[in-house]
Design a protein around this ligand. Sequence first.
Ligand code: MG
Length: 300
Amino acid sequence: MKFITFLKDGKETVGMLFGDEAVIVNDILSSHGLPSRGNMLDLIDGIAGGTDILRVLESADPAAFSRLPAADLKLLAPIPYPRRNIFCLGKNYAAHANEVKLTKLSGSGIPAAPVYFTKTAMPAVASGDCIRFSRGVTTMVDYEAELAVVIGKSGKDIRPADAESYVFGYTIINDVSARDLQSRHEQWFKGKNLDTFCPMGPCIVDKSEMPFPVALGIRCTVNGELRQDSNTRELIFDLATVISDLSKGLTLLPGDIISTGTPSGVGAGFDPPRFLTDGDLVECTVEGIGTLSNRVRAEA
Ligand code: MG
């Protein structure tokens, strides 16, 4: 199943994709006498509370419902306003850890333990929306294609062997980064958290459609030119390790999002660096999920 969030009559609406058409999730739920869900977080909460919703959605026949052409929908990020910051992994692909070692961003190479930071999404911007920044604030804006995991139920001190059962599904995040701000301040927070710097989407794919451990091609192009090209099997700390480690003494909640780090090929890794400029089109693709596509708008 692929879930999207889109605007309908000015409201966040959750849909399921069937090919190039979408069916409104609440139409499916109400046909089975199940209560409506307000948005994606509310849907994930409902699924965490019991299995009926998943079973009903899995068996839905799109022919029984009104179908909307997906291309006509105004997409939002699948979870435009996460309840709390997105948990992010830094330096979680060896080749990327080595490329940033050569820059001033981080000198320590491959980490001995997962490197965590967080990213605000107020809101996360959708595929098709713009990444915007002012040249008065930053002139070194970079892309980072990442596989992101959406947590499906509460858990603490999760064992690696149980990690997959805490996953709801997967999406794509572009961990847009202002490298000048990232290196000026000792912590990465400022450089990772400008408005619009968290594109997310285009959809959430539920975990039943994905292998675990995940082994998915991940790519990023800028104006069609391939910049990042790897596979999530190359993660230094795999998902089971990350979910287990992060949940030690810290309760993960339904709807939490973990962005798993980016492969090599970021703009900062080139000599000379190749940062984003006005008009660039950044496309992040993860196998089985789709493409997160965002145009760059740089203002004076
Ligand atoms: Mg990143």
